[in-house]
Ligand binder design. Structure first.
Ligand SMILES: N[C@@H](CCC(=O)N[C@@H](CS)C(=O)NCC(=O)O)C(=O)O
Length: 279
């Protein structure tokens, strides 16, 4: 591999950022992970020379949203810097990485299979990533215990902020003001969720996801499933489905065992830890 200097800008425990990390790891590219302060990250990105997104990239309930559009214009993470080239958004990062370093690929070579992976990636980005984000945020409207380990540990590590009270207050504010994460939205999203999980299971059954080779769509969708699994009410629903195989492969549950024993557990393919804090 050609030596290169790569930095990935992220925020703590973000499912979207984990997609970028997984893609770089898939390519075997050494990179420096730069954690920006959650909430200030759009400004921090601009200070590091990244442009904002020229037009809104995210939607709520299939509609544009004023606060979200403003946030989008500032810029989103993950954001990648490689040898002076700056790339933002996971889908752009996937295409960029395949040009930079074609092997192993992020898309299948055969056109029909490529189209299927692109479709799953697009849906994972435009629909499922936001669904998981909002359901994570709406859980916190009921208090910090509505997330396993209060969101302080899990397949994605601590979510958004390390300090539990800052996490609770920060997530509620961002949830309500930026992502419309209120009780009504939660009920609509929960109604839609089984159909979305069915769709993922179908893709797994047909080999579009979790096949012998992993592609961009796997890296896009697995972190959103991992985020949903922080909700004790949703975890059993995910664990009983084929979808859990994809998450276990890419983002294994950190062990609930004490540190000595945990040294031999927790990597892909090994037994998952016990559910943490599940009532
Ligand atoms: N769907 C895009 C956007 C990712 C995204 O929404 N990132 C969030 C962090 S989880 C962000 O940067 N949000 C900035 C904000 O909302 O101000 C992608 O996968 O790259």
């Amino acid at each position: 591999m050609i030596p290169m200097e790569a930095k990935l800008y992220v925020i703590l425990g973000s499912h979207a950022c984990r997609t970028g990390m997984l893609m770089l790891e898939h390519k075997g590219i050494d990179y420096q992970l730069v954690e920006l302060p959650t909430g200030l990250h759009p400004f921090a990105l601009r200070l590091r020379g990244f442009a904002g997104n020229p037009s809104p990239i995210r939607r709520l309930d299939d509609r544009p949203h004023r606060m979200l559009a403003t946030a989008d214009r500032f810029g989103t993470v993950p954001a990648l810097l490689v040898d002076g080239q700056r790339v933002k958004t996971n889908r752009e990062i996937a295409l960029f990485l395949d040009r930079l370093c074609p092997d192993p690929p992020l898309f299948p070579a055969e056109p029909d299979r490529r189209r299927a992976v692109e479709e799953a990636e697009r849906w994972g980005d435009e629909v499922f990533q936001m669904t998981a984000r909002r359901l994570g945020l709406t859980a916190l409207l009921r208090g910090r215990d509505a997330l396993v380990n209060r969101g302080g540990d899990g397949r994605l590590g601590p979510l958004l902020w390390r300090q539990p009270t800052v996490r609770l207050v920060g997530a509620r504010l961002v949830g309500l003001f930026v992502f419309g994460a209120n009780a009504r939205a939660e009920s609509e999203l929960l109604t839609a969720l089984p159909g979305m999980l069915d769709r993922i299971d179908d893709w797994i059954e047909t080999g579009v996801l979790n096949g012998d080779e992993l592609y961009a769509a796997d890296f896009m969708i697995a972190p959103s499933l991992a985020l949903l699994a922080y909700r004790p009410d949703l975890r059993p629903e995910i664990e009983r489905r084929p979808a859990i195989r994809l998450v276990d492969r890419l983002l294994p549950e950190p062990s609930a065992s004490p540190p000595l024993a945990s040294a031999t557990q927790g990597s892909a393919g090994q037994p998952r830890g016990q559910p943490l804090g599940t009532p």
